[in-house]
Write a protein that binds this ligand. Structure first.
Ligand code: GLU
Length: 467
């Protein structure tokens, strides 16, 4: 069996959102699932709109998501000589021909066809045929090169998403594949690249489905069998519009900055157009084990923020505490929080992550929670006044006294709280809530004994002494 070779071929014209990066995830996952090769190819022939900055953002986003490529990045602008070489070979073989029709003539032709209710198409004026006399070559006009599209018959392929597609060759006119200055056009570059890079599976957005019959015809003219195609339906935003920057889509790297785990985004995107039974939550390893082209969705995926958050929460739960500790440190660093030595390394921060991660969808939220361990806290005054009254102040003070001497671990802290409740005839919330407000700055936290045990005793005593 030939080795699977896939590619992601973005045009670096700006911004890359979740919908765009899904077109990288699927070929990556398919290559990994089949021990194949994943290639990154930058389609930068639109020189005015392309920029290195945009390339960098694409590479950064892919790197963050762990979509590592085995070959490339290849840049189409660096392959111009190769395209011209193939053009020359095609010209020599009579597979392409020069066309001298001016743009005025083309416009006039189009108008005539529209007036006759015909589909506008090139009429083959300059297409050489045996026994046909071509018009005299006009002087001083540089021709375009047109591909001699097969006449009659049709182009058929089994699309992995859309099923069988058949396009009659009569629908396809002779495509311009080189401009008057000799530069190759978009579809031609794609064909030469897919051929040279040995691409076996083209997995891309269905905005390219109209290019496919033309690309197949050119590939065949070059003696190549076409690859397998899978045209992915668009990704819609929550309002049902095509996802785009203009319609409020966020850049992929913004999700990183908001503290989403890369594996959560990978999981979410994988499900946005592909399924493995009813599985909603899976690891990167499972995705790579399961991914195939047989379960791609036919209808457009719709972005759903609530679902993304839910997936993200599940991944926070699954993530290793050591990984989370590293990411929380990064968040703190960005915020300029000075991290005490005991949290800058070692297991203590990991233990904190373990205690709080169930409540979070992102590491930003986790860093917010854990801020109580590295900075001052202030409970909302009104809430504190309502929860800490003459009825329970003595109990809090008595607890503080007990906490001075107990072993500093969860079980002993729990016993101290229980003893205090018994002494004052109070219920758990009457003690625990004011303690949380004073020590953590908030009334709700995971189990109070566990939360306290992760503080330094001195900090807890100092905060309780505000009573
Ligand atoms: N450069 C094209 C795009 O950004 C992709 C072309 C392809 O995958 O064949 O949409």
């Amino acid at each position: 069996m030939t080795q699977v070779r896939t590619r992601f071929a973005p045009s670096p014209t700006g911004f890359i959102h979740l919908g765009n990066i899904r077109s990288a995830l699927y070929p990556w996952a398919f290559a990994r699932a089949n021990k194949g090769v994943f290639i990154l190819r930058i389609e930068d022939t639109d020189v005015e709109r392309s920029s290195q900055e945009a390339v960098d953002v694409i590479i950064e986003g892919m790197k963050w998501l762990g979509l590592d490529h085995d070959e490339g990045p290849y840049y189409q602008m660096q392959r111009m000589d190769r395209y011209k070489e193939v053009l020359q070979q095609m010209l020599e073989k009579g597979l392409v021909y020069p066309c001298y029709m001016s743009s005025e003539e083309l416009d006039a032709l189009r108008e005539r066809q529209m007036a006759n209710k015909e589909k506008p198409r090139y009429d083959g004026t300059w297409r050489p045929e045996s026994g046909k006399t071509l018009p005299p070559v006009p002087e001083g006009v540089k021709p375009v090169l047109r591909f001699k599209n097969p006449q009659g018959g049709s182009v058929v392929w089994e699309d992995k998403v859309k099923g069988r597609i058949e396009i009659s060759n009569d629908e396809l006119d002779d495509l311009v594949i080189a401009r008057p200055d000799g530069t190759p056009t978009y579809n031609f570059c794609v064909v030469v690249d897919d051929m040279d890079m040995g691409i076996t599976h083209v997995i891309r957005g269905d905005d390219h489905v109209n290019n496919t019959p033309r690309q197949i015809n050119i590939l065949r003219a070059l003696g190549q069998e076409p690859p397998v195609y899978a045209h992915l339906p668009t990704v819609l935003n929550e309002q049902g519009e095509k996802m785009s920057k203009r319609h409020g889509a966020k850049a992929v790297t913004q999700y990183r900055d908001e503290g989403y785990l890369a594996d959560a985004i990978v999981n979410y995107l994988a499900r946005l157009g592909w399924s493995h039974g009813d599985d909603e939550i899976f690891s990167r390893e499972q995705l790579v084990e399961w991914f195939n082209l047989d379960h791609l969705g036919k209808s457009a995926g719709q972005f759903d923020e609530a679902k993304l958050r839910w997936v993200a929460q599940q991944h926070m739960k699954m993530a290793s505490d050591a990984l989370l500790a590293g990411l929380v440190r990064e968040q703190w660093q960005r915020r300029g929080v000075s991290v005490p030595d005991e949290l800058a390394q070692g297991d203590k921060l990991a233990a904190m992550c373990a205690l709080f991660k169930d409540r979070c969808a992102t590491t930003v939220e986790l860093a917010d929670w854990l801020a109580m361990y590295v900075g001052d806290v202030a409970a909302p005054a009104e809430e504190l006044a309502a929860q800490l009254t003459d009825a329970n102040k003595p109990a809090v003070a008595a607890l503080a006294a007990r906490l001075q001497t107990v072993d500093w671990e969860k079980g002993a802290i729990n016993q101290a709280i229980k003893d205090t409740m018994a002494e004052f005839g109070l219920k758990m919330p009457q003690v625990a809530i004011p303690v949380r407000l004073l020590v953590c700055g908030r009334a709700q936290t995971p189990s109070v004994d566990a939360v306290l045990a992760l503080f330094d005793r001195d900090v807890v005593l100092k905060r309780l002494a505000q009573v």
